[in-house]
Design a protein around this ligand. Structure first.
Ligand SMILES: C[S@@+](CC[C@H](N)C(=O)[O-])C[C@H]1O[C@@H](n2cnc3c(N)ncnc32)[C@H](O)[C@@H]1O
Length: 181
């Protein structure tokens, strides 16, 4: 089997455009980039502060760590933009951000949320829905609705509005943002 690699930024122009739109009202950008990769997207912006977190050590100038494990120990009040440009559905990380007592009202949270029959649902999502037994029997039935479960979770935590655009390429990809109330 050939070695497969993921394409981090299939649509850089669209992702950058979304980030411009999401941050246009902010006078200065203090960015926490939780899935920072090679720091490509934010290299297009003037920033007052930039802090990248990335799992893999051979990518970019970042703290190398699992974003889910470090997010609770970071002072989120230092940032007015938090980027979750993940490969899957950023269910757990967005919940942690919204529930963090230090995150400031007005903080812009960007996300990439990807679902499809071949994309496993995050464990936290399966548990939140209480579908663990059913999920093992018919996972694809639930996987295709992954983004809907993500938005339901956001709504339950008080996020009333999200802006996103959708792309289909075998997966359903949502590129979006919301603002902490
Ligand atoms: C779509 S890419 C992000 C690209 C990035 N926005 C850029 O500008 O280059 C997703 C990145 O998240 C990283 N990643 C995946 N799981 C992670 C985790 N749990 N914690 C931190 N980074 C993670 C991947 O290694 C990958 O580099």
């Amino acid at each position: 089997m050939p070695r497969a690699s993921r394409i981090d930024n299939k649509s850089i122009a669209n992702k950058v455009f979304l980030r411009r739109k999401a941050t246009e009202r902010l006078p200065a950008l203090r960015v926490l980039d939780l899935f920072a990769g090679n720091n490509v997207l934010w290299s297009n912006f003037e920033k007052e502060r930039y802090y990248g977190v990335e799992l893999l050590p051979d990518k970019g100038a970042n703290l190398n760590a699992d974003a889910h494990q470090v997010v609770d120990s970071l002072d989120l009040s230092d940032f007015n933009v938090i980027d979750c440009d993940s490969y899957t559905i950023p269910f757990e990380i967005c919940r942690k951000i919204i529930e963090n007592p230090l995150v400031k009202s007005g903080t812009v949270v960007l996300y990439t949320a990807i679902c499809g029959i071949f994309m496993p649902l995050p464990n936290e999502c399966i548990d939140a829905l209480g579908i663990r037994d059913m999920y093992h029997i018919a996972p694809s039935m639930f996987r295709v609705n992954g983004n809907t479960y993500f938005y339901d979770m956001l709504a339950n935590l008080g996020i009333k509005e999200v802006q996103y655009y959708e792309n289909h390429d075998g997966f359903t990809k949502h590129y979006g943002y919301f603002v902490i109330p």
